[in-house]
Write a new protein. Structure first.
Length: 397
């Protein structure tokens, strides 16, 4: 593979096949160096099918013949060509560990804050629609259906962790921000899988519609193997673009642990709020909490310390997609991220002008270390007691 201007302009998979005799077409994401290059690009003439125009990464998702790629990738306007790889949801009792048991003592519910969930969809669960419907929008990038649905369950589950009011369980399974709104974006299929291009287009849509739905937070409980540096990763570029547009982005680091350098993209972005999992089933903060082996560890390929922080992620009960008043239990960093997204909704209700980086700083400063490497636990386990200065009844006796 030729080195162009000091770097290789294609991902490892394309590098492995570009000098072969293959003459078939593959799905790719072409990123161009600038908006000007994007506007005058001749990608359309070289591609058999344009799937999405993606100005979010100055590029396109398209099908391109391998021999065309071989001729095309050296062009001066090309920044990077990556394979449109598979992406997946990250599944493998959020309670006293982060202080949720005391949260009713603060006058914050996430009211008026919209959290966008790019995932497998959502059902009209009673805990999100009664006494008022807080599912403010639904967009389907796979089948273009207009009515909300979730043929997997992952999207409904994580939405409940953010915003369930717990009405079907008499308050037992209430989300972190029980009056927050949910914008559900379906970009993963019935198996919890999708394509990077679908996620890019979904993030682009969330940015474009942020004023319509008053979207302040984007939750990404999904990921794919980080094959290359942040500089070239289209998912990282898209997540960073959402931050640039005033949206707070929270991501799950992945379930590829316990080996080092197992953080999934887009959590490899140094800017996003990346969340790993802790196991809180037996203990409370500071009392021998553990990190489950599945939770991905840092550093990233660019030697960035990740995760940023931890939240519960083992045997987490939330909304079921098979019963409009039912619940189910799931495990994974997918569950940890929306717990933090819910906390950010509370923070925004308290301080509406808070930026992404202000929110990230405040979260990191209000964690409790559990005595492990920063590449395992980041700043530690999030503590709502610290974050909102909750004083326990026992301490005031």
């Amino acid at each position: 593979m030729e080195n162009i201007n000091g770097y290789i302009k294609t991902c490892p998979f394309i590098q492995s096949i570009i000098n072969s005799n293959r003459n078939d077409s593959i799905p790719v994401i072409v990123s161009l160096k600038s908006e000007k290059a994007y506007n005058k690009s001749n990608v359309a003439t070289l591609s058999k099918r344009i799937k999405y125009e993606l100005p979010i990464v100055n590029g396109f998702a398209c099908d391109m013949n391998i021999q065309q790629i071989k001729k095309f990738y050296t062009h001066e306007d090309i920044d990077f060509i990556s394979y449109d790889s598979r992406i997946h949801s990250i599944i493998n009792k959020a309670g006293k560990t982060i202080g949720v048991d005391k949260i009713s003592s603060i006058p914050l519910t996430g009211k008026g804050i919209t959290v966008a969930m790019i995932d497998t969809g959502i059902i009209m669960h009673r805990d999100l629609t009664y006494p008022s419907n807080r599912i403010v929008g639904f967009k389907d990038f796979l089948k273009n259906k207009q009515k909300p649905y979730d043929d997997n369950g992952h999207g409904t589950h994580i939405s409940g962790l953010v915003a369930s009011n717990g009405i079907s369980s008499k308050g037992k399974y209430k989300g972190i921000a029980p009056e927050a709104n949910i914008l559900s974006v379906k970009a993963l299929d019935y198996e919890g899988n999708g394509k990077v291009s679908d996620i890019l287009s979904a993030i682009q849509w969330v940015i474009q519609t942020k004023n319509t739905f008053k979207t302040r937070i984007l939750n990404l409980s999904l990921g794919t193997a980080a094959q290359y540096s942040e500089r070239f990763d289209p998912l990282v570029k898209a997540a960073n673009k959402a931050i640039e547009n005033g949206i707070i982005v929270v991501t799950a680091v992945g379930n590829n642990g316990p080996n080092p350098k197992s953080i999934l993209s887009p959590s490899t972005s140094r800017h996003v709020i990346s969340v790993g999992a802790c196991d809180d089933r037996k203990e409370s903060v500071g009392s021998n909490l553990t990190i489950p082996s599945f939770s991905s560890r840092g550093p990233t390929r660019d030697r960035v310390k990740k995760p940023d922080l931890l939240a519960p992620g083992v045997d987490i009960v939330s909304l079921s997609n098979t019963d409009v008043a039912g619940y189910s239990s799931l495990t994974g960093t997918s569950m940890s991220a929306p717990i933090v997204s819910g906390v950010v909704a509370l923070m925004l209700q308290e301080k509406p002008n808070m930026t992404h980086f202000e929110a990230k700083k405040r979260l990191i400063e209000n964690c409790t270390r559990i005595g492990l490497s920063q590449y395992d636990e980041g700043a530690g386990v999030l503590s709502l007691n610290k974050l909102f200065s909750i004083v326990s009844k026992e301490a005031t006796k």
